[in-house]
Design a protein around this ligand. Structure first.
Ligand SMILES: Cc1cc2nc3c(=O)[nH]c(=O)nc-3n(C[C@H](O)[C@H](O)[C@H](O)COP(=O)(O)O)c2cc1C
Ligand code: SF4
Ligand code: SF4
Length: 444
């Protein structure tokens, strides 16, 4: 059995799965349930002194959309979009004190951790909420510099507005880190262009980790009514945001060297694995537990365990960052990689009934020959691999381009930077060939 234990900011976690700060951590009972179901940690719904953010939660709206933007009724698939609007905890942070103490003890009995979360209106508020969290015995606190909603509240300065500015993020983090002794994590916003700069700033200010990331701000339209869904802009997420978030995780892992909690886009254990392989130390699971209920959590933890056993990963450390470490550093690194070219399997290729690849190849490297087979023009094929993906009959593979191939005239990067205009010869369908091919195209 794989060892799921991991260390995060000097705090031991029994597994890397932590419940993110949201509705599922908005009451003591919900958090107890999370610990009972095996969560290694749960981050409380952000504690606040911003009245409008408490009121917003009591006006929360949620909808779940499919890939077409229609509302999903019933079973939620992997590619869901969760569009929603809610604020911070609607219970004043000082009223949480007895519950925080009790919950921390409950978590500790199960080898887990209750983690604090703060979102305040000014620096004194940030410090006071974080001190309250520390005084209740919680082992770490997350600063919510990622929430999209304060930006839509006139007069409120918080959430992503702080996380978009390295100087402000630095200042608030520094003041909090000076006020408490527990490790401070900073939750980033994806609604920004400089996550590395913000991560470096908060690291310098004393943050022990960053959380990458909170959710994007979106806008969705019901095209039947012409109305915006939920009345206007709202937070949006789902597994489709994961590659965007992973890019942030990748860059921070590579360029900042600070422990990372991954967040934004987990559906099941596969997503947890992807975050870990990109460089996260722990992974926060949020909206899918709102949608499927807390009973979904053990599937994620057991799935991770099973995946590690099946793939021979003995522990979390052996998976962490492996994809980022294997990644090219820049495009010149990418270009230096060995080149490939397309091969078409004549046995399985369905041409002339099918000509998907011919229509698609933007490099004029494919054509149909008079015998009704596909020719690959090796002097033109740059090995982009797209035809391999669009072929409905899995009839295209890539082969390595060797010196022998180059000697035969296969495509080689030109010594000069630009290609000459002689490459403009075309095999593209013009109206004449479209006419000729019309029955085939219609048959597709
Ligand atoms: C309805 C809702 C409420 C949320 N409330 C908070 C919050 O109070 N504090 C916070 O730091 N993040 C909040 N988040 C963000 C989540 O903690 C999490 O970072 C985000 O949903 C991405 O993870 P996921 O894809 O697993 O949902 C909220 C998200 C949702 C969907
Ligand atoms: S690999 Fe790219 S360039 Fe080569 S045939 Fe396929 S689509 Fe065309
Ligand atoms: S897409 Fe595949 S099956 Fe269709 S013509 Fe190209 S190689 Fe043949």
């Amino acid at each position: 059995m794989a060892d799921l234990k991991t260390d995060f900011c000097g705090v031991p976690f029994k597994n890397p799965v932590v419940i993110a700060s949201l509705e599922t951590t908005n009451s003591p009972d919900l958090m107890k349930q999370a610990f009972d179901y095996g969560a290694a940690g749960a981050i409380i719904k952000t504690l606040t002194d911003i009245d409008d953010m408490a009121v917003l939660t009591m006006n929360s709206k949620y909808c779940i959309m499919n890939d077409r933007g229609d509302i999903i009724k019933g079973k939620v698939p992997r590619d869901f979009k969760f569009y929603s609007r809610s604020g911070y905890s609607s219970t004043y942070y000082k009223d949480w004190i007895p519950h925080l103490k009790e919950l921390q003890a409950y978590a500790a009995e199960r080898g887990a951790h209750l983690i604090g979360s703060a979102g305040a209106k000014d620096v004194d508020g940030w410090k006071d909420i974080c001190r309250t969290i520390e005084d209740c015995g919680l082992p770490m606190v997350e600063l919510n510099f990622g929430c999209p909603h304060p930006a839509m509240m006139p007069g409120v300065h918080g959430g992503s507005m702080i996380g978009q500015n390295p100087d402000v993020a630095y200042e608030v983090t520094k003041q909090v880190c000076e006020a408490v002794d527990i490790p401070v994590m900073v939750k980033l916003t994806p609604d920004q262009s400089q996550p590395v700069a913000v991560s470096k700033a908060v690291k310098e200010a004393g943050a022990a980790a960053v959380t990458a990331t909170n959710r994007y701000t979106g806008f969705a339209v019901d095209i039947e009514t012409g109305e915006p869904r939920l009345g206007g802009p709202a937070g949006i997420g789902g597994t489709w945001t994961k590659p965007l978030t992973l890019r942030y995780v990748h860059n921070i892992y590579r360029e900042v060297g600070i422990p990372i909690a991954g967040s934004n886009g987990v559906f099941d254990h596969r997503d947890v694995v992807e975050f870990l392989m990109t460089g996260a130390d722990v992974v926060e699971v949020g909206s899918i537990l709102m949608i499927k209920g807390m009973k979904w959590l053990p599937n994620i933890i057991k799935g991770l365990d099973r995946f590690m056993d099946e793939h021979g990963y003995a522990d979390i450390a052996s998976m962490r960052g492996i994809a980022s470490n294997a990644s090219v550093k820049d495009y010149s690194d990418q270009f230096a990689k060995s080149r490939v070219h397309a091969n078409v399997n004549e046995q399985t290729c369905q041409n002339p009934t099918c000509n998907v690849c011919v229509q698609m190849c933007f490099y004029e490297a494919l054509s149909q020959n008079p015998a009704g087979k596909i020719d690959v023009h090796n002097d033109k094929c740059i090995g982009c691999e797209l035809c391999m993906d669009v072929c409905p009959f899995d009839s295209i593979s890539m082969g390595p381009t060797t010196d022998v191939h180059y000697a035969e005239g296969y495509f080689k990067l030109p010594a000069e930077i630009y290609e000459g205009p002689d490459k403009f010869g075309t095999r593209r369908n013009n109206m004449e060939t479209i006419e000729k091919d019309a029955p085939k195209i219609a048959a597709e």
